[in-house]
Design a binder for this molecule. Structure first.
Ligand code: ZN
Length: 193
């Protein structure tokens, strides 16, 4: 398992709801947390590790020593957005790129945790921002899609560098073609969603 970078096509795929939690899924979640910590992140969605599942992990402290802060959201649904707040965001799939993003300030999230318990929480601040950022991932949306046109324009060169790097890696055979990626994801979906 590894973290994929923009413009990998899996980042644009809408993730499918999971049918159940089993030991394999628990193993996947553990690996996702480990990768997230290595990359110094606070959240990671399944499609960022090239998996088509509606699932993300969070630890707002970003500190593996604070394991009690780990949270898993399976099949999350957001509702009741209120207010508006702007803050800087980054993304493990766009390493080194940071920009101001405007989002609702408060949100209600419904999801299942890893023990199959239903979660319902109304949240704000960094927690609400991270949950919205990660849920966006599951819908194939990246934070760069939510920038103001002027901010996006100012990041044009950086985004082009990501595209060139991706094309180079693909040419070296490190990334399969779109059809192969899609076929693999469809197989995984048939298994668990
Ligand atoms: Zn992200």
């Amino acid at each position: 398992m590894r973290i994929i970078h923009f413009p990998h096509p899996t980042l644009r795929r809408t993730s499918k709801a999971l049918r159940r939690v089993d030991d394999d899924l628990r193993k996947i979640v553990r690996e996702m947390f480990d990768l997230m910590y290595q990359a110094k992140g606070i959240g990671l969605a399944a499609n960022q590790v090239d998996l088509p599942y509606r699932l993300f992990v969070l630890n707002l402290t970003g500190d593996p020593a604070e394991a009690e802060e780990e949270q898993v959201f399976i099949n999350p649904v957001l509702s009741d957005p209120k207010g508006s707040a702007e803050a800087e965001e980054g993304c493990l799939s766009l390493p080194g790129l940071y920009a101001q993003v405007r989002r609702p300030e408060t949100i209600t999230v419904n999801a299942y945790d890893l023990s199959g318990q239903e979660i319902e929480e109304t949240i704000d601040g960094l927690f609400a921002r991270a949950v919205q950022h990660e849920t966006d991932h599951l819908n194939g949306v990246l934070f760069i899609d939510r920038l103001s046109p002027t901010t996006r324009l100012s990041l044009k060169d950086t985004l082009e560098e990501f595209e060139i790097e991706f094309a180079d890696r693909r040419q070296r055979g490190e990334i399969p073609d779109d059809e192969k990626i899609s076929a693999r994801l469809s197989e995984l979906e048939a298994l668990r969603t």
